[in-house]
Design a protein around this ligand. Structure first.
Ligand SMILES: C[S@@+](CC[C@H](N)C(=O)[O-])C[C@H]1O[C@@H](n2cnc3c(N)ncnc32)[C@H](O)[C@@H]1O
Length: 272
């Protein structure tokens, strides 16, 4: 039995939330996500905030993926693994949406990435032996998982000792969390405070060696009305500008105290 603290949700609740999310990501609901758009590849030269964020993630991942056995948790259609394919030793993507994994496998065949594999499965019970991977990453996925503690334990378990993971988590004390809550038709989010994110990682035996924060404003959505002014596209256009090699958003989001209100936190960790 894993050393989990008392869960906030019952097993039945976790199963129910996961089923709801899986159905949305499998196109089984009215607003189902589409395999064509769920996961993006970077667009060279684009100044768009989310494209720049994607390039930052991929650059961070590339450092650890070189020559490594790599796992992508919540891989969707495999966009990130395909970008890393030229440098890694072998790659596996796991996602619990069958249509997304099917598309990933089709793309693998058409793009000829033989070192990359895709598996349909739940991040809560990763179907791999302990110590299988040198590098595990999970982008934009952990905050859709109702029991992130358990998933982080799984990530730590399948990592080899001394291996790295890059995990992205969403902050419950952020404006973006308010916007996400105003869109119940989208996949339900399970955000944590920043101090809790760190605790979850440390308890799983992961030492944090890098931490970057982003998205001080949501940069998407039109709800709730109370945030109308801060949701204007003007903010994104301004904060996505680069100064000294970083987006203004990252400079602001990384300031002490302000960091606790930024939404997106990327942790670079080592398994001890
Ligand atoms: C927003 S998408 C992110 C996809 C990709 N990582 C990216 O950044 O483009 C979230 C993905 O997490 C997957 N997911 C959510 N909960 C999961 C779980 N418990 N096990 C496996 N996959 C899960 C969803 O099916 C979806 O493909």
């Amino acid at each position: 039995m894993k050393n989990l603290e008392k869960p906030f949700l019952s097993r039945d609740e976790i199963d129910g939330f996961e089923l709801e999310t899986r159905r949305k990501y499998s196109g089984e609901t009215a607003i189902g996500y589409s395999a064509d758009t769920v996961s993006k590849r970077p667009v060279a030269g684009s100044c768009d905030y989310f494209n720049r964020l994607l390039e930052i993630r991929l650059n961070l991942a590339r450092e650890h993926a070189r020559g490594a056995r790599v796992l992508d948790v919540g891989c969707a259609t495999g966009a990130h693994l395909f970008e890393l394919a030229p440098v890694l030793q072998s790659g596996v993507g796991i996602d619990f949406s069958f249509p997304l994994i099917k598309r990933a496998l089709e793309n693998r065949t058409s793009e000829g990435h033989e070192r990359v594999e895709f598996v349909e499965g739940n991040a809560r019970t990763l179907p791999f032996r302990g110590g299988t991977f040198d590098f595990v990453f999970s982008f934009s996925a952990l905050y859709y998982m109702p029991n992130v503690e358990e998933v982080v334990w799984e990530i730590a378990r399948v990592l080899t000792t001394g291996g790295h993971c890059l995990v992205e988590m969403g902050n419950s004390c952020s404006l973006n969390a308010m916007v996400a809550d105003a869109y119940p038709e989208l996949a339900r989010s399970f955000h944590l405070t920043v101090s809790r994110m760190k605790l979850v990682l440390l308890r799983a035996g992961l030492k944090i060696i890098g931490h970057r924060a982003f998205q001080i404003l949501p940069f998407w959505g039109e709800r709730p009305r109370s945030l109308e002014f801060l949701l204007k596209p003007f903010w994104k256009r301004w904060l996505e500008k680069r100064v000294g090699g970083r987006m203004i958003d990252e400079w602001v989001s990384g300031l002490p105290l302000v960091q606790n209100a930024a939404f997106r936190h990327i942790f670079d960790c080592i398994k001890q």
